[in-house]
Design a protein. Sequence first.
Length: 170
Amino acid sequence: MTTLLRGKSSSVNSNAKSSRVRFLNVTISEHPIVVGDNPGAHKGPPFTIAWESVNLVTIDIDQYEKDRNGEHRSLGEMRIPPRKRRSMLLDLGFTPKEINRGLKAANTTRAQRRRTIAKLDRRFGWRPKWIATARPPNLATRKPQLPKNLLTPSVSRETCSNLSPIWGVG
């Protein structure tokens, strides 16, 4: 079961120039875990949460913070190793066939992305900077740190002079 949080707030206007927002409560929405197809997990079967929630609980924000005791999980604590993900899905009642179907869908998407990047590199000589790293950034689990110049040319501007003006070259 996975939990999502939603908060309710109220605006309090002390004067026309400034305003404050105060959160009143938080709604906790629990969703079942299902086999996913997201290629973000680099190995093993991916999983996600179902669209429908199975439980909603609304509590006062101060009580929520008190119960949580200021504890936050790090990214490392939130990562689930591939064997553990497979074990969790099996424990939830998914068959190996269902798990492998999700894994195959994720692998297909990963392969499509690699082909697209290779095609762009061959055709235009442009390559995303993260290609040189061992693993691409997982945009689902952390805020991306995009470089100022996301794409780096691997060929000179003169080599590209025969490209159509629609590409802004030539």
